[in-house]
Design a protein around this ligand. Structure first.
Ligand code: ZN
Ligand code: ZN
Length: 446
C-alpha cells in the first residue's frame, strides 16, 4: 500500500496581523475539511507531529544576517515550519511513506541565500532547508524542486542558482504583473549550473487546461531528463480563481491533476490566500491525489465568474516562450577582487526589496567558475537601513579541493581584513560545517 504522510502546523503564535492574508485560518479550514471528509481515517494516511529545525539546519541553506542570534525569537514559527518539512522528508527517505504533504505556515519560497528579515511573508526557506538537510544527512545527490505557487519562487531560485545538482522549476504568473517581479526565461542558472533553473511565466487568466499543457509538454520532459532522486513540490494554492492576491484560474480539481502529473515525493505548502473558498478544497484534492484516491468529486463552493484563457490562445505563447528559452545563451561578467584566490570569478550584482520590513538589500555575488564542482560562492550583502555588512562564503556539496581551498582563503581574509561592522557565515556544505564570525564575537561554530 502507498502511504501518505501529512503534517499540520497552523502556527498560532505567528502573525503578521489579524487581517493579514497570511494568517492561521489558512490551515484551520483545511483541517476541518479533511476531518469532515474522513481523510484522516484512510488506512494509507499517516499523521506526523511538527518538530523544530535547529539553527544549524537553517544555516546550511541560508545566511541569516547580520548574525543568526538577531533572528532568534522571531524565528520560532519559521523553524517549526522548516523542521516539519525536514521531518516528513526524512520519513520519505527512510521509506516510511511513499509521499507526503507538509501543511505548515509560515511559507518560505521568497527567502533567499541571504536573509535580513521577512520578505513576501517568508523568513526561512522551508524547501531549501529540507533539501540541504537530505543531501547533508542522507547523501542524496539530485533533487528537483517544482514551484507551483502563483508567485515566482525567487528565494529558492537564489539559493540553488549555482547548484548543478538541484533542478529548480517555477511556474508562476508573469512577473510583469505580480510580486516579486522576477522569474523570466532568461534566468537559467549560474555559470556552473546553466540550465538547472527553468522559469515559466504564465499570462494572467491561465486555467487548468493551460497549466496542465505546460506541465505535460515542458515540465515533465525536463524532469525526466534530469532524473532526480527526489521531487519536491512547493505547493502554492494562490493560482485558484478565487485567490485575492493573483489573477489565475485554476480549480481544486486542476490542482489534483497537477499533483497526479508531478508525482512529488513531498508537497510543501506555500501560499494560497482564499482561505474559505479555495484552500480547504485545493489541499483536499492534492492530498487525495497523493494518496492515490479519486479527487474528481472535490468541488469548491463558488464558480468562476469568467472563463480561463482558452488553450488555443495560449499554445502560440508557450511555443514562443519555449523557443526563446532554448535560444538564450549564457552571458556572464568576469570580475573578481584583488584578494580573490586563483581562478575565474563571475560577478553579478543583485538587489532585493523586503516588502514586509521596507528596506532594500544590496548584494555583490561572485562565483568561482569550475568544471569539477558547483564552485565557491562569495556574497557581500548590506541593507539600506543599517551600516552593517555581511559576507557569505559557500563551499558547495561535492566541492573539488581547489574550490574548498578558495573558500577557506576567502574566509581567512574576511577575519583578518574586516572592520567592526562586518560579520560573516562560512557554509561548508562539503563537510557540513558552519562557522559564524564577527569582529565583536569572534569565531563560533553552529
Ligand atoms: Zn504565492
Ligand atoms: Zn570546484
Amino acid at each position: 500500500m502507498k502511504r501518505t504522510g501529512i503534517l499540520f502546523f497552523p502556527a498560532f503564535d505567528w502573525s503578521l496581523g489579524d487581517s493579514h492574508p497570511e494568517r492561521e485560518e489558512r490551515l484551520l479550514y483545511t483541517q476541518e475539511q479533511l476531518f469532515e471528509e474522513g481523510i484522516l481515517d484512510l488506512p494509507q494516511i499517516k499523521q506526523y507531529s511538527p518538530r523544530l529545525a535547529s539553527l544549524h539546519e537553517a544555516l546550511r541553506a541560508q545566511a541569516l544576517f547580520p548574525t543568526p542570534e538577531v533572528h532568534s525569537g522571531s524565528l520560532d514559527a519559521h523553524l517549526i515550519a522548516a523542521g516539519s518539512a525536514i521531518l516528513l522528508g526524512e520519513a520519505r527517505v527512510r521509506g516510511e511513506i511513499s509521499n507526503g504533504f507538509v501543511m505548515a505556515r509560515p511559507p518560505g519560497h521568497h527567502s533567499g541565500a541571504t536573509s535580513w528579515g521577512n520578505r513576501g511573508f517568508c523568513s526561512l526557506n522551508n524547501e531549501a532547508i529540507l533539501v540541504n538537510h537530505l543531501r547533508a544527512r542522507f547523501g542524496i545527490k539530485k533533487i528537483a524542486i517544482v514551484d507551483t505557487d502563483v508567485h515566482h519562487g525567487d528565494g529558492t531560485q537564489d539559493i540553488f542558482y549555482h547548484d548543478p545538482n538541484v533542478l529548480f522549476i517555477s511556474l508562476h504568473q508573469d512577473g510583469r504583473t505580480l510580486f516579486p517581479g522576477s522569474g523570466f526565461v532568461n534566468e537559467k542558472g549560474g555559470p556552473n549550473a546553466w540550465d538547472q533553473t527553468l522559469n515559466i511565466p504564465l499570462p494572467p487568466g491561465t486555467g487548468d487546461e493551460g497549466y496542465h499543457y505546460v506541465l505535460e509538454n515542458w515540465v515533465l520532459p525536463r524532469l525526466q531528463s534530469f532524473a532526480p532522486d527526489l521531487i519536491i513540490n512547493s505547493a502554492g494554492q494562490d493560482n485558484h480563481f478565487t485567490d485575492p492576491l493573483a489573477s489565475m484560474k485554476l480549480t481544486a480539481n486542476g490542482y489534483g491533476r497537477i499533483t497526479e502529473l508531478l508525482q512529488p515525493d513531498l508537497a510543501v505548502l506555500e501560499g494560497g490566500y482564499s482561505i474559505e473558498g479555495a484552500l480547504p478544497y485545493v489541499n483536499l484534492a492534492i492530498l487525495l491525489a497523493l494518496a492515490g484516491e479519486d479527487y474528481h468529486h472535490v468541488r469548491e463552493p463558488q464558480k468562476p465568474d469568467s472563463p480561463a484563457l482558452p488553450l488555443a490562445a495560449l499554445k502560440p505563447y508557450f511555443e514562443a516562450l519555449k523557443n526563446q528559452h532554448e535560444t538564450i545563451k549564457p552571458r556572464f561578467t568576469i570580475q573578481g577582487k584583488a584578494f580573490f584566490p586563483q581562478g575565474t570569478w563571475i560577478y553579478s550584482p543583485r538587489s532585493v526589496y523586503y516588502d514586509t520590513d521596507g528596506f532594500e538589500e544590496t548584494r555583490h555575488d561572485y562565483i568561482r567558475e569550475c568544471s569539477h564542482c558547483g564552485g565557491t560562492v562569495y556574497i557581500e550583502s548590506s541593507r539600506s537601513t543599517s551600516p552593517q555588512k555581511s559576507v557569505l562564503v559557500r563551499i558547495p556539496f561535492q566541492a573539488c579541493s581547489e574550490c574548498e581551498q578558495a573558500g577557506y582563503d576567502l574566509w581567512d581574509h574576511l577575519q583578518h581584513h574586516s572592520d567592526a561592522s562586518t560579520s560573516g557565515l562560512l557554509q561548508n556544505q562539503l563537510h557540513d560545517k558552519l562557522d559564524v564570525w564577527s569582529r565583536k564575537e569572534g569565531l563560533r561554530k553552529f
